[in-house]
Design a protein around this ligand. Structure first.
Ligand code: A3P
Length: 280
């Protein structure tokens, strides 16, 4: 195993998430108005974070990921005065106990796993905080086995799926966001108890478009505290293609078959899985 990774409770993490911090997650003190922005890596976390940040008069502050850093994290998180929006790639089982006991709002982002695999492959290649990977084929095998940071996509989604009907959880899909950003931005704002006019929504659609976000990378990189993903604070690594269906350029027909078989088996009881039917 590479020096940039370590295993915690059988799941691979970056060494930027210290073992001590991961061990102490249950000592995090949640506030009732906290919002958790949860996703498996490469599901569109930076995008949704940007949407939330742009809601006018939201009085929120985006914090760094809860699992990034060492044990001093909890003290740091106490210093935020405004309503906190806390990003994380943790599975449901690892989410701090206190968050589950309070009515904290949780937004869980989902994305077609084939597109995630391709996006993740590029992240592994470009991100110095992840081990080097030679070929797509090699990465595909690791992804299938869940031998990647944050573990198996299937386990992650299934851990959250169990809670999808809780009224404090909102599921947002990357593909739906692409298809109808206004509708989904409105959904997010309403869920957070915030109102917006149509023109404010249109403004956010524009500001959070892939092209606009990619163009602003250099500007936003100046703020090292503005970290959304515990695997990097370098936004140059994030905005790659921003498309639905790029998997078709990478999966061989055999890989598609193998993946679909595993998907069918693992996701046979999943309601969320139906969403991906349109994209495979
Ligand atoms: P690709 O690698 O397929 O381009 P995360 O933020 O969870 O790390 O997810 C990153 C993925 O979301 C990348 O996918 C990135 O390009 C895409 N993304 C980021 N901002 C986006 C936007 N405004 N619109 C569409 N896709 C976006």
């Amino acid at each position: 195993q590479s020096s940039v990774l370590h295993k915690f409770k059988g799941v691979i993490f970056s060494t930027m998430s210290s073992e001590e911090l991961l061990n102490s997650l249950d000592s995090f003190e949640a506030r009732e108005d906290d919002v958790f922005l949860v996703s498996y890596p490469k599901s569109g976390t930076h995008w949704i974070a940007k949407v939330i940040e742009n809601i006018p008069n939201a009085r929120i502050t985006l914090t760094p990921p809860i699992e990034l850093g060492d044990i001093s994290k909890f003290e740091e998180l106490k210093t935020y005065c405004e309503r906190r929006v806390i990003p994380t790639h943790l599975s449901y089982s690892m989410l701090p106990m206190n968050v589950k006991q309070k009515p904290c709002k949780i937004i869980y982002i989902i994305r077609n796993p084939k597109d995630i695999a391709v996006s993740f492959y590029h992240y592994y290649r470009d991100n110095p905080n992840l081990p080097s990977i030679e070929t797509w084929h090699e990465f595909f095998e690791l992804f299938l086995k869940g031998d990647v940071v944050y573990g198996s996509w299937f386990d992650h989604v299934l851990s959250w799926e169990e809670h999808k009907n809780a009224k404090n959880i909102l599921i947002i899909s990357y593909e739906e966001m692409k298809k109808d950003p206004s509708k989904n931005i409105k959904k997010i704002a309403t869920f957070l108890g915030l109102n917006m006019t149509d023109s404010e929504i249109n403004q956010i659609v524009w500001k959070t478009s892939f092209a606009e976000m990619k163009n602003n990378t250099a500007k936003e990189n100046c703020d090292p505290n503005h970290t959304i993903c515990a695997l990097t604070s370098n936004r140059n690594l994030v905005f790659r293609k921003g498309a639905v269906g790029d998997w078709i350029n990478y999966f061989t027909s055999k890989q598609k078959r193998v993946f679909d078989e595993l998907f069918t088996e693992k996701m046979k009881h999943s309601e969320l899985a139906k969403h991906f039917g349109d994209y495979s």
